[in-house]
Design a protein. Structure first.
Length: 243
């Protein structure tokens, strides 16, 4: 059984925001107005946070020797996701390959999942999505059919919750391409936009159930850790501490 996972090497991340921009254009995440952003309503599936010091170190050093560090945060695609347990209409679910997915047609906008997620990676569409000027000309046209609704980068309507999907439309396209070419699908053909675009090569993606995959080997590194490991969500986004 496949379990898709991502490893992010914090020692290589330079906060170029390439992952955030690639995610936005791949998945058509809307841009909100400044006053809405001030209310905490910005929609950023792949956020990057600066840390002037490393919270994992007891003595990070004195200025000007302090090093700037960053943490990038997509959806964790947990093996034990609390967002699924609280959804009253089963709009959030975990598929057979470990991806935590969202059925937009079923979502009633109650936002229970947003409250339950300990990572803050779920976003509610308070208004109909808008793109000003030339941004509207660069929407991803891919429309991947999901359970009950369009689940790829099609524009999400007002009143539903959305989040990082590991660019599931790319998985569907890779499998369709392999089928059209009459061959077996290979796991390395599926790469989310953030991984493909990372300028520092800080991101790795693959099958966590494959003992020979890069993500499996990196997950066993002594530098590996998961966010909020103690809450029992078992996230499939794994970080590597600075060396």
């Amino acid at each position: 059984m496949t379990r898709w996972a991502m490893v992010i090497d914090l020692d290589k991340c330079v906060a170029c925001q390439g992952c955030s921009i690639a995610c936005r254009f791949e998945n058509n995440t809307p841009v909100v107005k400044p006053n809405e952003a001030l209310k905490g309503r910005a929609i950023r599936w792949n956020d990057v946070f600066p840390f002037p010091t490393n919270p994992l170190e007891a003595d990070p050093g004195e200025y000007p020797e302090t090093k700037q560090r960053y943490l990038t945060r997509p959806c964790m695609h947990c093996d034990n996701p609390p967002c699924i347990k609280v959804c009253p209409v089963q709009a959030t679910f975990r598929d057979d390959e470990g991806l935590v997915r969202q059925n937009y047609a079923r979502c009633i906008g109650c936002r229970f999942c947003t409250v339950a997620c300990p990572y803050g990676v779920r976003y509610f569409n308070w208004a109909a999505p808008e793109w000003e000027g030339s941004l509207a000309e660069h929407l991803n046209p891919d429309r991947i059919e999901g359970p009950g609704d369009l689940e790829g980068p099609a524009v999400r309507p007002k009143g539903v919750v959305e989040k990082c999907t590991f660019c599931i439309q790319r998985l569907h396209k890779a499998r369709a391409r392999a089928e059209a070419e009459g061959r077996e699908f290979r796991a390395d053909e599926y790469v989310p936009a953030c991984v493909q675009t990372c300028t520092g090569k800080a991101r790795y993606f693959g099958d966590l159930d494959d003992p020979e995959s890069t993500v499996t080997l990196l997950a066993k590194s002594p530098r590996a850790f998961r966010l909020l490991e103690d809450v029992g969500t078992h996230p499939k986004v794994i970080y590597l501490r600075e060396g």
